[in-house]
Design a protein around this ligand. Structure first.
Ligand code: NAD
Length: 289
């Protein structure tokens, strides 16, 4: 392997250490800890793991989550969930509200996202926050793209004018990722399931961000020598192992930098959720740096 590893675990641990000190100082200064409500509806096994990891990450860095979090049954009505969100919106001790996706079929995810006060939308999914990013005045930023930007920072590469190809155009990864990169001065191409020739786009990219949820979609042989490869994909193979959207071994022979899966983007996503919660807390207290 020729590429240097963009080690999300190490970068995330460094950011969390600094944040833990910051949270301790803020908690002492204001007499309360930042509060994050994590709401899970139903019993999806993967979601349960994500929620547990998020709550544990909160405890580790001094954010209060247990007191405000709830697990609701799978048959919860949309009206009930909206009522809970309204209570959390009004609770001055709650700085962030996260509703774990996906939601059961009877609940409309857009309605739920729009019900969260934008200043408590620590996932960065509310149209207000996405719009602020599009308008170049970011506030709370979508966690996964924000984490990818932090990883790109680690390479020391100036993003101005870089050819970046984002594979995938979802609301939670591809689209906000493209907006982040545009804000950073990159030349951005977004490819998606209707794109005619994925290979020709990837081949000319200085930076590839893959977020399609298709194992091995991006072939290692397509990677431009020296390019940066950020693999957001998390796919479970039949043998139970996790793999990304990029063919790792051949890509690592050509790339300059590459993220592993797991241990690349994943740890950064939770870290940026914590960072958003601390940012919301500071703003609620009028103590923004
Ligand atoms: P999604 O299904 O909502 O979107 C997938 C996107 O990929 C779509 O825009 C689609 O058009 C595009 N796509 C599908 N097939 C394609 C193809 N053949 N060529 C080009 N584009 C294609 O998925 P998502 O929620 O954006 O997640 C994408 C992946 O990222 C998944 O593996 C998910 O598990 C992972 N993910 C990881 C993190 C993390 O923290 N590491 C966070 C969120 C999502």
């Amino acid at each position: 392997m020729k590429a240097r590893t963009l080690d999300g675990k190490t970068v995330a641990a460094r950011i969390r250490k600094t944040m833990t000190e910051e949270v301790a100082a803020l908690t002492a200064r204001h007499g309360r800890a930042p509060g994050l409500a994590v709401i899970l509806v139903g019993e999806d096994a993967a979601s349960e793991v994500y929620v547990r990891n998020k709550k544990k990450a909160c405890v580790d860095c001094g954010i209060e989550s247990e007191a405000f979090s709830q697990t609701l049954p799978a048959n919860t009505t949309q009206q009930h969930l909206l009522g809970l969100i309204a209570e959390l919106n009004a609770n001055p001790k709650v700085d962030g509200i996260l509703v774990q996706m996906p939601l059961p079929a009877q609940i409309n995810p857009e309605t739920v996202i729009e019900a969260i006060e934008p200043d408590k939308d620590v996932d960065g999914f509310h149209p207000y926050n996405v719009g602020r990013l599009a308008a170049r005045i970011p506030s709370l930023r979508s966690c996964t793209p924000y984490g990818c930007m932090k990883l790109l920072e680690e390479t020391g590469i100036d993003l101005h004018g870089q050819e970046v190809v984002v594979v995938g155009a979802s609301n939670i990864v591809g689209r906000p990722m493209a907006l982040e990169l545009l804000l950073a001065g990159a030349t951005v191409t977004v490819v998606h399931k209707f794109t005619r020739d994925l290979q020709s786009h990837v081949e000319r990219a200085d930076i590839v961000v893959a977020a399609a949820g298709k194992p091995g979609l991006v072939k290692g042989a397509w990677i431009k020598p020296g390019a940066v490869v950020i693999d957001v994909g998390i796919n479970r193979l039949p043998d139970g192992s996790l793999t990304g959207d990029v063919e790792f071994a051949p890509a690592a022979e050509r790339a300059g930098w590459i993220t592993p899966v797991p241990g690349g983007v994943g740890p950064m996503t939770i870290t940026m959720l914590l960072a958003n919660t601390v940012q919301a807390f500071r703003e609620h207290l009028g103590d923004a740096p």
